[in-house]
Each structure stands twice: as structure tokens, then as C-alpha cells.
Design a protein around this ligand. Structure first.
Ligand code: ADP
Length: 219
């Protein structure tokens, strides 16, 4: 199986950063925007850059856009253009359409009209930053669904000097320790007898209410 090919529509801050990252990772990227200045800028960087209005069906057809594996719609502020583009992409047969939403309603509409994945970067990043600000011992927070998340906890006195068995996190908190980071080394299959030391980072998966209880111990 060959490498996936990508289209990024909308070269604002989010789209540009996605297109550049994909290109740096060695993927073929077609970048599209209706703003010629942004297209010109990207033409120096990615595989192909095209000036086009993606709310026009014939434009998408002329590009044979369904031949690409993943199409990312990074049109943010113009919600109507984002919705129209997404609808047309699915209609012309794109297999995987990933769309950026800028608010809850936008998210709901995209989901309803068949976007394969909707991302909400401002909200997700906001939630992550708040979690790390509220608890200095929480390094990162990744929401998996409305109910489940993964958090990275820096081990304090509560954890240090104890084995996973002694801590009994699964039984006491209903969460699962997926990995333990010690400096630059990563133990991705921790066993019951592994001892946690001050400053180790525990990567824990669980229900949000259970994670909150565990988080309280890390403060
Ligand atoms: P960000 O918040 O990531 O900077 P913006 O909403 O500012 O996102 O940028 C979205 C980009 O999408 C803009 O560069 C705009 O020109 C482009 N865009 C908007 N509508 C269309 C469209 N119909 N076809 C192609 N590009 C579009």
C-alpha cells in the first residue's frame, strides 16, 4: 500500500500548518485556497498549490479530488463555504473528509452532512491548556470522547516509592496506567512490580470522573 495523499483546502493558520507538516513528513500535498497570495506562498513549499473556490462543484471535478486519500477542509470563519465544500466533497466521492469546526453548531452540521471526522482545534487546545493550568502536575490531557481521556501525571509523594500493585490504581480509581516515562525512556508495558519515582510521568487512561479523583492525589 502506498503512502496516503492529501488535499488541504483553506490556507489560514491551521491549514498552512497542516500542509507544511504533512509535506515535511514526506507526503504528497495539494494545497487549495481562493486567495492567490496564500497559494503563491504555499507553491514554494508543497507539491502542488492551486487557486480555486471549492464551493464550485466543477472545480472539484476538474481537480479529480476524489483521487486523493484524505481531504482536509481548513476553512474556518466562512462557515457557509466550509459546509458547502464538505457536502460537495462527499458528493463527488471523496473517501475521507476531515473538517475543522469553529463552534458547536458548525461541528453538528458537519457531522450530519457526512464529514468523516470533525476537529475542533480551538476548543480542544483550550481544554488541554486549562487542565494543565489548573493542576501543575498534569502535563497533558487528551480527550478521547465526551467521557474518556488520557492524562499525563507527574508523580509526587503520593505515587513515589510505590509499585503499581501497591498503588492499585485500577481498583481504587478505575483507571489504567498505560505507560511510565522516566526521563527520556518510555516503559509502554508497565508491570505490577514497577516502582514509581518522584518526577516519573504516568500516562493514564480512564473515565473523566475517575481521572479527576486520581488527579486530586497528584496535587
Ligand atoms: P484560520 O483560523 O485557520 O487562519 P481562516 O478561516 O482565517 O482560518 O482561513 C481560511 C482560509 O480558507 C482562508 O485563507 C480563505 O481564503 C480560505 N477559503 C475560504 N473560503 C474558501 C473557498 N470557498 N475556497 C477556497 N478557499 C477558501
Amino acid at each position: 500500500m502506498g503512502k496516503n495523499t492529501f488535499v488541504v483546502i483553506g490556507l489560514g493558520r491551521f491549514g498552512k500548518s497542516m500542509a507544511v507538516t504533512l509535506h515535511e513528513m514526506g507526503y504528497e500535498v495539494l494545497a487549495i485556497d481562493k486567495n492567490p497570495a496564500l497559494v503563491q506562498e504555499m507553491a514554494q513549499i508543497v507539491t502542488h498549490a492551486v487557486e480555486a473556490d471549492t464551493t464550485e462543484e466543477n472545480v472539484l471535478k476538474a481537480l479529480g479530488i476524489w483521487n486523493f486519500d484524505i481531504v482536509i477542509v481548513a476553512i474556518g470563519n466562512d462557515i457557509q463555504a466550509s459546509i458547502m465544500t464538505t457536502l460537495l466533497l462527499k458528493e463527488v466521492g471523496c473517501k475521507k473528509v476531515v473538517v475543522k469546526a469553529i463552534n458547536e453548531l458548525h461541528w453538528k452540521v458537519l457531522d450530519k452532512i457526512g464529514a468523516d471526522r470533525v476537529v475542533f482545534p480551538e476548543r480542544d487546545m483550550g481544554v488541554r491548556v486549562v487542565h494543565s493550568l489548573i493542576s501543575p502536575n498534569i502535563l497533558d490531557y487528551i480527550e478521547l470522547s465526551n467521557d474518556y481521556s488520557i492524562i499525563e501525571i507527574i508523580a509526587n509523594d503520593f505515587f513515589s516509592g510505590k509499585t503499581l500493585q501497591e498503588l492499585d490504581i485500577r481498583k481504587r480509581f478505575g483507571c489504567n496506567v498505560m505507560a511510565i516515562k522516566k526521563g527520556s525512556s518510555f516503559n509502554i508495558a508497565p508491570s505490577a512490580t514497577d516502582v514509581i519515582h518522584q518526577g516519573d510521568v504516568l500516562v493514564v487512561i480512564g473515565h473523566n470522573t475517575d481521572l479527576l479523583k486520581l488527579q486530586a492525589k497528584a496535587e
